[in-house]
Design a binder for this molecule. Structure first.
Ligand SMILES: O=C(O)CCC(=O)C(=O)O
Length: 360
């Protein structure tokens, strides 16, 4: 494309983003209590995030999970799958590759100890091939319906403490959630910016989560492109402070489309389109629920809190409802592809349905 065409497209994308911003309230709305299905449907229709108070008031999880005695007696020596990384960055672009965590099954009580310990030990600076000299970062972040009702989830003993769905969302959307996920983490772990094709209802049970939101009309600023998929691999298990961590490419090789820009520390010289991006920061405290609409980019930071029985954790549960695919989905895709054209990123063949859902 000529540079004239590029600058016209960039100007129009920036104008579209500004217009969308002007149509949204300056502050993310905070609702004093659960909305009716109709009120919630209006938020979904407008693709507008909001924070909702009071949803978890009657959930046993919101009181019981704040006690170590309760959690340990409910989980009765069970092991759970935990994402382990040397640096707290799972599913993120590190050293030019998209790096997935090492997955370890560990006793649930040990997880609680590790999360508590991490409080006074921030993640060390790390490069692949190096020992960190410190224990790694643990995060339960599997997003595979790990609190689902299939009956074979590792967290089954906690199922009765949360509802199977969010009633106003199920009524408004006319469907049950595709997945219910539980998250146990600490401030050392964060989630890199990405978007999902789900309406997300995310309830914080302990600690505080900070969502850095990128509106769909600003996703073109993130320079999404395919990265070689890799994994963190520790030199030994059990993992200790002198474990050497490497990043190893997956075999057979594959790529994962992912954002190139870190919205918190953007390298605007390298990624100049990011100057059109105005992330929306939303803080969600224990007891609050975020409605995170589909297709909004989000990066998530967390702060754990001291809980009963001497442990620290940030705990959350989220409900993923499949989005409706239609004109809005196509318009967002068009913006992202035009941004890639301006940035000189070539289009790629999708390797799986997640990377670029074509709904012809
Ligand atoms: O809590 C987190 O770390 C990430 C949450 C997230 O990405 C999601 O719910 O889609």
């Amino acid at each position: 494309m000529t540079s004239v065409a590029n600058s016209i497209i960039e100007k129009e994308l920036a104008r579209n983003a500004r217009q969308a911003r002007s149509l949204r309230p300056v502050q993310t709305p905070r609702l004093a209590g659960p909305p009716t299905p109709l009120e919630f449907a209006r938020h979904v229709r407008a693709n507008l995030p909001c924070v909702i108070a009071g949803v978890g008031e009657s959930w046993p999880a919101c009181t019981k999970w704040r006690s170590r005695d309760y959690l340990e007696s409910a989980m009765q020596g069970r092991k759970v799958t935990v994402s382990v990384t040397p640096n707290g960055l799972a599913d993120a672009v590190v050293e030019g590759r998209f790096v997935l965590p090492f997955e370890q099954k560990m006793p649930f009580t040990e997880l609680l100890d590790e999360l508590s310990w991490q409080h006074s030990h921030p993640p060390p600076a790390w490069e692949s091939g190096q020992a960190t000299g410190a224990p790694p970062v643990y995060y339960v972040q599997s997003q595979n319906d790990n609190l689902g009702s299939s009956g074979d989830s590792e967290f089954d003993p906690l199922l009765a403490d949360v509802p199977r769905d969010i009633s106003f969302a199920t009524a408004a959307l006319g469907k049950a959630p595709d997945a219910v996920n539980v998250w146990f983490g600490s401030a050392n772990a964060s989630t890199a910016v990405h978007k999902d094709h789900y309406e997300n209802l995310y309830l914080v049970i302990a600690g505080v989560k900070t969502f850095v939101l990128i509106p769909p009309t600003e996703l073109f600023c993130l320079y999404e492109k395919p990265y070689t998929t890799a994994h963190y691999v520790p030199s030994s298990t059990p993992i200790a402070g002198d474990t050497i961590w490497s990043i190893v490419d997956d075999v057979p090789s594959s790529t994962t489309p992912w954002a190139s820009v870190d919205p918190i520390q953007p390298n605007v010289a390298a990624y100049p389109l990011f100057r059109h991006c105005k992330p929306v920061i939303v803080t969600v405290s224990a007891g609050e629920m975020l409605y995170l609409p589909s297709m909004w980019g989000h990066q998530v930071l967390q702060q754990e809190e001291e809980l009963e029985g001497g442990f620290r954790a940030a705990i959350a549960v989220n409900y993923w409802y499949d989005m409706e695919y239609g004109d809005a989905f196509c318009a967002v895709g068009l913006g992202v592809r035009l941004g890639r054209a301006v940035a000189g990123i070539e289009e790629w063949e999708a390797e799986d349905s997640e990377s670029e859902p074509d709904v012809d």
